[in-house]
Design a protein around this ligand. Structure first.
Ligand SMILES: Cc1cc2nc3c(=O)[nH]c(=O)nc-3n(C[C@H](O)[C@H](O)[C@H](O)COP(=O)(O)O)c2cc1C
Length: 633
C-alpha cells in the first residue's frame, strides 16, 4: 500500500525520501521578515510527521518584492541564521528543505508604508488596488541579482534547494502576460527575465536543486514551463490560481464544492521530461498514490492536508485516522488577516509551542458533553482519545450543529459533511457514547453523575424587534433545514455576519424563487473570508439573486419588506414580497450552563454558547474546555 507515494524520488542533486510535499505557503509566523520560533516548530512538526520535502514560503528576493509586512526577506543577511534554525529542526527527520524565492511584482498585500510597486508595465492590479510603475532596466538587473543572492544565502544556510515562483501571476508570470507586459525593450519577451533569473541562481548556488513553480490553469503556464525546462531545471511544481483576481485567488486554494484532486486535470501538458510535483486539493494518500501510479505526476503537494494533519505521511497505510482537511480555508484566511497560520480541525497548527498534544488521562474521568456541534465534537474527541469516558448528548437527530444545518447549500454543505464525517470517525475510534435526539436538562445531566460537564449548547437565531406584519417571516436556519418553497418573491434580510443568509438566498434561488438578498453591510459576505465569499458571489449572481447592499431591515407591512439605507437612514425602500427570511445574527444558548453551575457541577463552556463565532473558535475552545474539565486534582 502506498508503495509509490512512499518511495523516494530524485530531483536533480537531491533525493526526497517520499513523494509527499508541503509546498510553499505563507505562515505569518514571521517577524521583521525572519522566521520566528513558532515558524521553526511549525515546520518541525511536519518534518517529524514524515513529509518528504518542505518548500518554505514565498521569500522575497528584494524589498520591492515583499508581499506583506510578514513576508520572509530572502535578501537579508540575517535570513541565514533563520534558515539554519529551520534546517536543524527539519533535516534530521530526513525531510529535505527548499525555499521558494519570489517577487510579487505589482501584487502587494501590505498596508502602508509600502515600497513602490514594480511591474513589467504600469497596469493597475484589481485585487489589491496597486498601481505599479514599469520596472526600469536597473530595477530588473537588481532583482536578478537579488535572486542570485537569495539562492546563495539559502545555500550558505544548508538548504537543499530553491524554487523560483513563476506562478500565480506574480512578477515572472507578469512578464509572460501580453496584457501586463507592454514593453518594447529587451524585457518584452517574458523569457528574458526567467532565463536571467534561472542562470543567475544556478551560478550562485550550483549545488542546490532548482525548481520552478507554474500555475497549471494559466494560459502562460506551458510556455513558462518550456522556458524553464530549456534551462534544465530539476523539477516543475504545478499549482493552480492567480493572485491578481478575486476568483483566481480562490483558485490557489480551491475549497469544496471544487472536487478533490483539482490539479489533476491540468498537469498533462507539463510532462516535459522533468519531475512534476502537482498540488491542489489532493487530500487523501489513496488519491495521491493513484495519481503517481498512473504516471500523471511524480510527487504530490498536500499542503492544506498537512496543515490539518502534520502526521499524514507517517499515518498513511497504518490505519491511524488522518485529520482530513475539510477545505474550509481557515489557514489562508489567517494569512489575509495577517495572523499566524491556524487550522479549524487542528488547533495545534500554528500553536506547536503552546498547545501540547493531549496527554493520557489519568485518572480517567466521566465526562458529559452537551451539544454535538463543532465545540462539543472537539471536546468529546479530545477527552475520549486520551482515555476519559465520554458521553455526548445532542438534541438534534444528527451531529454537526450549524455546520450540518444545510445539506443543500453549496457553500457549506460539503465542508459540513466532511467535518461531521471526520468527527464521527474519531468518536467511534475513541468509543464515545453518542446519544442523539435527547432534550437535556439539569436532571438528565445529574442522573449521569459526571465528574465534569462540557457545555457546548451553541446558539439560536436572533429575532430583531421590528414590526413584521403582512409578510410571512421565517429564519434562514429554517430554510437551510429544508423549508424551501418555490415560486415566491423572497427578501433575505442579511445583517452581514455569518453566512446563513447567503446560504438561504442561494438555496431559495436554486428552488426557483425570485430572491433579493439585502445586506446591511458595505459588501456581501463582509464577515466571510474572501476564499469563501468570492465563490458565494459567483454562485449568487449566476443563480439570479438580486443583490442589494447597504440596506438594513426596518420592518414588513402589507405585503412589503421595508429596508433602510444604513448610511442615510432617511432613505427607505419598500420591496413587494411573499416571504421574508431573517438572517440577523445569533444569540447564545447558555441557560443550561448556569443551571449546572448552580447545582454544583464542574462545568466548562465552549463555542457559540459563550458568544457565537466561527468553526475555528468552536473547535479550539472545545479542545481547551475538555482539557480543563479533565485536569483537576
Ligand atoms: C496559507 C497558505 C499560503 C500560501 N502561500 C503560498 C506561497 O507563499 N507560495 C506559493 O507558491 N503558494 C502558496 N500557497 C499555495 C499552496 O502552495 C498550494 O498550492 C495550495 O494550498 C493548494 O494546494 P493544497 O490543496 O494541497 O493545499 C499558499 C497556500 C496556503 C493555504
Amino acid at each position: 500500500m502506498f508503495s509509490n507515494l512512499l518511495s523516494s524520488l530524485r530531483l536533480g542533486p537531491v533525493e526526497i525520501p517520499n513523494r509527499i510535499v508541503s509546498t510553499a505557503h505563507q505562515t505569518t509566523l514571521v517577524h521583521e521578515h525572519l522566521p520566528t520560533d513558532e515558524f521553526v516548530a511549525y515546520h518541525e512538526a511536519r518534518a517529524s510527521g514524515g513529509v518528504g520535502l518542505i518548500v518554505l514560503e514565498a521569500t522575497a528576493v528584494d524589498e520591492s518584492g515583499l508581499l506583506t509586512s510578514h513576508t520572509l526577506g530572502g535578501y537579508l543577511p540575517e535570513i541565514v541564521d533563520g534558515y539554519r534554525r529551520v534546517a536543524s529542526a527539519v533535516q534530521p527527520h530526513g525531510t529535505r528543505l527548499f525555499v521558494q524565492i519570489f517577487h510579487g511584482g505589482r501584487e502587494q498585500i501590505a498596508s502602508a508604508p509600502r515600497p513602490a510597486a514594480l511591474a513589467p508595465s504600469p497596469v493597475p492590479s484589481p485585487r489589491f488596488r496597486t498601481e505599479p510603475r514599469a520596472a526600469r532596466p536597473a530595477d530588473l538587473e537588481r532583482i536578478v541579482v537579488g535572486y542570485a543572492r537569495a539562492a546563495s544565502l539559502a545555500a550558505e544556510a544548508g538548504l537543499d534547494g530553491v524554487e523560483v515562483s513563476a506562478a500565480h501571476r506574480y512578477l515572472i508570470e507578469q512578464f509572460f502576460d501580453p496584457s501586463l507586459n507592454l514593453r518594447t525593450d529587451e524585457w518584452a519577451d517574458g523569457r528574458t527575465l526567467l532565463t536571467a533569473v534561472l542562470r543567475a541562481v544556478r551560478e550562485a548556488a550550483p549545488q542546490l536543486c532548482l525548481g520552478v513553480r507554474v500555475s497549471g490553469d494559466s494560459k502562460r503556464g506551458p510556455e513558462i514551463a518550456e522556458a524553464a525546462v530549456a534551462e534544465r531545471v530539476d523539477y516543475l511544481s504545478v499549482a493552480l490560481g492567480d493572485s491578481s483576481t478575486y476568483l483566481g485567488s480562490v483558485g490557489i486554494v480551491p475549497p469544496p464544492p471544487v472536487e478533490d484532486d483539482a490539479v489533476a486535470a491540468h498537469v498533462e501538458r507539463f510532462r516535459l521530461g522533468v519531475p512534476v510535483i502537482a498540488t491542489s486539493r489532493i487530500v487523501d494518500p489513496e488519491s495521491a498514490e493513484r495519481l503517481i501510479t498512473g504516471g500523471l505526476v511524480d510527487a504530490v503537494g498536500m499542503t492544506r492536508a498537512l496543515i490539518a494533519d502534520p502526521e499524514l505521511p507517517a499515518k498513511a497505510g497504518t490505519g491511524r485516522r488522518i485529520l482530513r482537511c475539510i477545505g474550509c480555508n481557515t489557514c489562508i484566511a489567517h494569512y489575509n488577516a495577517g495572523t499566524g497560520i491556524a487550522c479549524a480541525v487542528n488547533p495545534r497548527t500554528g500553536r506547536e509551542l503552546t498547545l501540547p498534544s493531549s496527554q493520557p488521562g489519568t485518572p480517567a474521568r466521566r465526562v458529559v458533553v452537551v451539544g454535538g456541534g463543532p465545540a462539543g465534537l472537539a471536546a468529546a474527541t479530545d477527552a475520549a482519545e486520551v482515555g476519559h469516558a465520554v458521553t455526548l448528548l445532542e438534541r438534534a437527530d444528527r451531529l454537526g450543529g450549524q455546520m450540518a444545518l444545510s445539506r443543500a447549500a453549496p457553500g457549506t454543505a460539503e465542508v459540513g459533511r466532511q467535518l461531521v464525517a471526520l468527527y464521527e470517525g474519531r468518536l467511534a475510534d475513541a468509543e464515545v457514547e453518542v446519544r442523539l435526539g435527547v432534550e437535556v436538562d439539569l436532571g438528565f445531566v445529574l442522573a449521569l453523575a459526571p465528574d465534569a460537564v462540557v457545555v457546548a449548547t451553541g446558539a439560536r437565531p436572533y429575532v430583531p424587534d421590528r414590526p413584521l406584519d403582512g409578510v410571512e417571516v421565517t429564519q434562514s436556519w429554517d430554510v437551510l433545514s429544508g423549508r424551501t418553497p418555490s415560486g415566491l418573491r423572497v427578501v433575505v434580510a442579511d445583517w452581514g455576519g455569518d453566512p446563513s443568509g447567503l446560504d438561504a438566498a442561494e438555496v431559495l434561488a436554486l428552488a426557483r424563487n425570485d430572491v433579493t438578498l439585502a445586506v446591511a453591510s458595505v459588501s456581501v459576505g463582509e464577515a466571510v473570508h474572501q476564499y469563501r465569499r468570492n465563490l458565494y458571489l459567483q454562485r449568487l449572481y449566476r443563480a439570479g439573486v438580486h443583490v442589494l447592499q447597504h440596506h438594513a431591515l426596518a420592518g414588513a407591512v402589507d405585503g412589503h419588506v421595508e429596508l433602510e439605507n444604513v448610511f442615510a437612514r432617511e432613505l427607505r425602500l419598500r420591496l413587494p414580497a411573499d416571504l421574508l427570511i431573517l438572517a440577523q445574527g445569533r444569540i447564545p444558548d447558555d441557560a443550561l450552563a448556569r443551571q449546572l453551575v448552580e447545582a454544583g457541577l464542574r462545568v466548562e463552556e465552549a463555542g457559540d454558547c459563550l458568544s457565537p463565532r466561527s468553526l475555528e473558535e468552536a473547535v479550539l475552545e472545545g479542545t481547551l474546555a475538555a482539557r480543563r474539565a479533565c485536569a483537576f486534582a
